[in-house]
Design a protein around this ligand. Sequence first.
Ligand SMILES: NC(=O)c1ccc[n+]([C@@H]2O[C@H](COP(=O)([O-])OP(=O)(O)OC[C@H]3O[C@@H](n4cnc5c(N)ncnc54)[C@H](OP(=O)(O)O)[C@@H]3O)[C@@H](O)[C@H]2O)c1
Length: 326
Amino acid sequence: MSCRASQQDLEDLQMKIFVAGGTGAIGRPLLNQLLAKGHNVVALTRSQERAQSFAAQGIEPAIADVFDPNSVKEAIAHAQPEVVIEQLTALPKTYTRESMAAAGPLNTRIRLEGGANVLAAAQAAGVRRYLRQSIAIWGIPGAGLADEETPLVLDASPVVAAESRVMTEIEHRLLESNLEGIALRYGFFYGPGTWFNSDGDVGQQVRQQQLPIVGNGEGIWSWLHIEDAAIATVAAAEQGNPGIYQIVDDQPLAVRDWLPAFARSLNAPPPPRVSVEDALKLEGGADIVYYQTQMRGASNAKAKRELNFQPRSLEWMVNTVAAHAS
Ligand SMILES: NC(=O)c1ccc[n+]([C@@H]2O[C@H](COP(=O)([O-])OP(=O)(O)OC[C@H]3O[C@@H](n4cnc5c(N)ncnc54)[C@H](OP(=O)(O)O)[C@@H]3O)[C@@H](O)[C@H]2O)c1
C-alpha cells in the first residue's frame, strides 16, 4: 500500500522539462538528475552532434540558437514543457582576467537577449514554471552571511558591479513575469567540468603558483559542488516556491583558508602572496581585490528548509583535514 502510494507520488512529480544550456558544466549533471528522477527531458543545443547524443541518452533534442527568437519559440512551442530551466552562459573554459574580459560582452548578451528570447518563448507556449541561473557571490558586503533578501552589490569594482547589474535585471525580469519564476543563486561551482577542479583551469593556475592570496585574503567565498547544484535545481523545479534560492554549501570560506587547502590537495606549492597595493596596480586590479578581500558569503538556510538541500562539504577541505589527522 505504502509502496503504491510512493510510486503514485513519484508519477505525480514527473514533468516535461525543457533545459536551455544542457551541454554546459551544470547542464550535464542536471540532465542526468532529471532523467534519474523520471522526468521527461527536452534539451536545447545549437549542435547536431550534441543533439544526437541527447537522443542516445533518452533526451528529446531541440536545436536552436537563442539569439534567433523565432527558432527558440518554435522549439519550446513544439516541446510543450511544463517547466523551463535556463542555464545559458558564454563563459570561457579558462578563468583568467583576459579570457573573462574577452567573453564578457557575449556572456552579457546571452543572459540578457538570449535569456529574454527563451523567457518570451516560454510565456508564449504557456509554460508554468521557469528557473534560471543567478549568482550567490555578490551579495552586498556586510556582517554575517547574505540571504535571499540581500540585493546584489551595485556599488563595487567595475566588473563585479556591471555583472551584478545584469543579474539584478534578469532576476527582476523573471520574478516580475507571469510565470512561477525561480532564480537560483549558485555559489562557485567546483567538481568535474568546472574551473575549480584538479584538471580545471584554476587547478592548473594554482599548480603554477599563478593565483596569489591578496592582502590578508579575508574575502569569503561560497562553494557548490556541481552535482549538488544539479540536485538542488531539480528539487527547486519540483517543489520550490517562486522567488530566490541561494544554493551554496554549508561552509563559506575566506580565500586565505580555501586557497592554501586547494593547493595542498593538488600537491602544489603554497600560493604566493601579493599586497592590496600591488594588486591594485594590475589591470582589473580592483576586481581582483574585491574577490579576495571583500566578497561576502551566502546562507543556504532557505534551500535547506524548503528544498531539503543537503550539500556535501568542500572536498579539498575534507581531504586536507583527513590528511592532517592521519
Ligand atoms: N556559479 C559558477 O561558479 C559558474 C556558473 C556558470 C559557469 N561557471 C563556469 O564557467 C565555465 C563554463 O561555463 P558553462 O559550462 O556554462 O559553459 P559552456 O560549456 O559553454 O555551456 C554553455 C551552455 O549554453 C549553451 N549556449 C551558449 N550559447 C548558446 C546559444 N547562442 N544558443 C543556444 N544555446 C547556447 C550551450 O549550448 P551548445 O553549445 O550545446 O549550443 C551550453 O549548453 C564552467 O567551467 C564553470 O565552472 C561557473
